[in-house]
Design a protein around this ligand. Structure first.
Ligand code: PGA
Length: 253
């Protein structure tokens, strides 16, 4: 079965880079991205720290790359405005150029106490406002070793998407926690098996088996080709290897 879904290359910068580096990243991407991005069935998006979102957006527009490289935000709150010190709303992120929002990243879940319910509220609100959710799901090493990986992921999916209209466009990123930032990627076969289960669940529970499903966790130019060739893996959510423009572009097949 050959894939018709586009390949997504999503770069999650986390709390890295600077304003100047944000500009130089997109400038360095210009020659390659304009040639390769246009001709291929590839969706490129970068998720800078939110404080650099607008700067990234301005740079992209100045370079004429707005049809080739999109932007997203790494987190948002589940309300439009109000007394929520330190938070930003989906509306604000869209105003600054974001098209996507990463929600439920394992670092948000484990370091900042985001429960599946909190993630679900964010996904619901973003979807209702047209900021495309990238819902991250993944099991810890301990959960995998106990044979509970699918149980965990199924719960993250069902709670995360409970309030979202079934026809709503969104993306799921399977990111096993033990593979994030460790240099130890899941094997293409293991990643494929979980993405296949996620696709089956999306078909059964939401009648949307064709939504993009990405893999994340130590993706780099050395393993991306094989991972992305799997039937049910539609691209990658890439952390460390998205900080350097040459490395990022090297993952476009
Ligand atoms: P990594 O991060 O590629 O550095 O493992 C992926 C992610 O956290 O999205």
């Amino acid at each position: 079965m050959s894939k018709t879904r586009p390949l997504h290359l999503f770069g999650n910068w986390k709390m890295n880079m600077s304003g100047a580096k944000t500009e130089s990243f997109f400038e360095a991407l210009l020659p390659v991205a304009s040639v390769r991005g246009k001709n291929k069935n590839v969706v490129l998006s970068i998720f800078p720290p939110s404080i650099y979102l607008e700067r990234a957006y301005r740079t992209i527009r100045k370079l004429g790359l707005e049809e080739i490289i999109f932007l997203g935000v790494q987190n948002v709150f589940s309300k439009g405005s109000g007394a929520f010190t330190g938070e930003i709303s989906p509306e604000m992120a869209m105003d600054a150029g974001a098209r996507y929002a990463i929600l439920g990243h394992s670092e948000r879940r484990s370091l900042f106490g985001e429960s599946p319910e909190i993630v679900g509220e964010k996904v619901t609100y973003c979807a209702s406002k047209g900021l495309l959710p990238v819902l991250c799901v993944g099991e810890t090493l301990c959960e995998r070793e106990e044979g509970r990986a699918w149980e965990i992921i199924e719960r993250q999916l069902s709670v995360g998407l409970a309030g979202v209209e079934k026809s709503s466009p969104l993306i799921v990123a399977y990111e096993p926690v033990w593979a994030i930032g460790t240099g130890r990627s899941a094997s293409p076969q293991d990643a494929e098996a979980m993405c296949r289960s996620i696709r089956r669940w999306l078909g059964d529970a939401r009648n949307s088996p064709d939504l993009p499903i990405l893999y994340g966790g130590s993706v780099n130019p050395g393993n991306s080709r094989e991972l992305f060739s799997m039937d049910n893996i539609d691209g990658g959510l890439i952390g460390g290897a998205s900080l350097d423009p040459d490395t990022f572009v090297a993952m476009i097949p």
